[in-house]
Design a protein around this ligand. Structure first.
Ligand SMILES: Nc1ncnc2c1ncn2[C@@H]1O[C@H](COP(=O)(O)OP(=O)(O)OP(=O)(O)O)[C@@H](O)[C@H]1O
Ligand SMILES: [Mg+2]
Length: 364
């Protein structure tokens, strides 16, 4: 059997583990035309979950719009049109609807050489951007063929940098008119995206039900991984799976990466898992170092403090002085900076959210 594990990219069956409850809950929101704010740290499985949910929808068409890397309203319009073109497989009809509906944007419709499906490549000469936005949503309506729609904007926080409030407000008002569509706003920069939806001065304030995506439960991993080994007529003990999941602190991408490397081992021992862990950290050293170097000196001190003390009772006088802080407020500013960067989680205690980054720090 081919290695079923996959540590990068969108995962589908059999590389997709569980998330049954999340799928049911998101489907319920969609069926009731509710908007959802789906957020988590990076690489927890937001995009994979969106595709999984969409593939299981019965009477609703799912439209996925990737906003990653978009920097302008023109980019937004382009990616929006590209995303909605999946709703129509006939190039001629797509062509007609697009040309009839868009007067502020020129378009080229091309056929994908490999798949034969049509793709809209807009030539945005939108002097009237307000109208362009209205028009692309009108295209969406026409393409939906009166079917119910779920529209996912992935990496939605990107729109905050397009250059201002007016666009966010316009987009909100159009979205508000589409009361029968469920919009999913997904994002990984937790601090930024939650601010967009929780700050009463922002356009998207209270526009969606909050849905923080958690890590996957150990039992779900055990069930899923045992199943994959069984398919290959092999077995793996729940305690071995548990050891890996524990090292990864349930982080979906890391669990996949460990098992990707463990799959070809005849017998998985603790020593072998240690070796895989060492190599995963080694491969990430460049990224970890870059992350580290981008920090201020106090953030570095704070991170070391959390790594060495476990995130509790950080503000004692001896810890402050041992880590080079003159005042408690210096430490709290540094910790807040690390939370905003997504390096630290703050619940009852501070926690370095990437378990291997923490181990690297502890070794350094
Ligand atoms: N349900 C799942 N089962 C098993 N592994 C998963 C699951 N979801 C995600 N993963 C693992 O996590 C990786 C990242 O998934 P995905 O790209 O969907 O996450 P994301 O939250 O959208 O990430 P990003 O923040 O980078 O956009 C996948 O390549 C896979 O290794
Ligand atoms: Mg994603």
């Amino acid at each position: 059997m081919k290695n079923p594990f996959q540590s990068t990219g969108i995962v589908k069956d059999p590389a997709f583990c569980n998330r049954e409850r999340e799928q049911q809950e998101i489907k319920k929101y969609i069926e009731n035309s509710q908007n959802i704010l789906l957020y988590s740290h990076r690489r927890y499985g937001k995009t994979s979950l969106i595709f999984k949910v969409f593939s299981g929808l019965k009477n609703v068409s799912g439209v996925y719009i990737d906003l990653f890397g978009t920097t302008t309203i023109d980019d937004f319009l382009k990616n929006f049109l590209r995303g909605i073109s999946v709703l129509e497989t006939r190039a001629s009809r797509l062509n007609r609807i697009v040309r009839e509906t868009l007067s502020s944007i020129g378009v080229n419709i091309t056929l994908d050489i490999l798949t034969g499906s049509p793709t809209i490549t807009p030539v945005v000469h939108a002097r009237e951007k307000d109208r362009a936005l209205e028009e692309v949503f009108a295209v969406l309506r026409k393409l939906s063929k009166k079917r119910k729609l779920a529209v996912a904007f992935d990496e939605f926080q990107e729109i905050a940098d397009y250059g201002g409030d007016p666009f966010e407000k316009r987009l909100r008002s159009i979205i508000q008119q589409h009361t029968d569509v469920s919009f999913i706003f997904a994002g990984s920069q937790r601090h930024m995206i939650t601010q967009m939806f929780r700050d009463s001065n922002r356009a998207f304030y209270m526009m969606a039900a909050s849905y923080p995506l958690k890590r996957i439960e150990p039992n779900d991993y055990v069930h899923w991984i045992e199943g994959l080994y069984a398919k290959d007529r092999r077995s793996i003990s729940p305690s071995t799976i548990g050891d890996v999941v524990w090292r990864c602190e349930n982080h979906p991408a890391y669990v996949q990466e460990f098992f990707f490397w463990l799959w070809d081992e005849r017998k998985v021992t603790k020593e072998i898992i240690d070796g895989v862990e060492r190599r995963i950290i080694e491969r990430q050293i460049a990224e970890f170092s870059a992350e580290w170097e981008a920090l201020t000196i106090n953030q570095k001190r704070a991170l070391k403090l959390v790594a060495s003390s476990g995130g509790n009772n950080l503000f004692t006088a001896d810890k402050l002085s041992m880590h080079g802080f003159r005042t408690a407020s210096q430490l709290s500013t540094a910790l807040q900076g690390l939370v905003n960067k997504g390096l630290l989680d703050r619940n009852e205690e501070y926690k370095i959210y990437d378990p291997l980054f923490r181990r690297w720090l502890q070794q350094a």
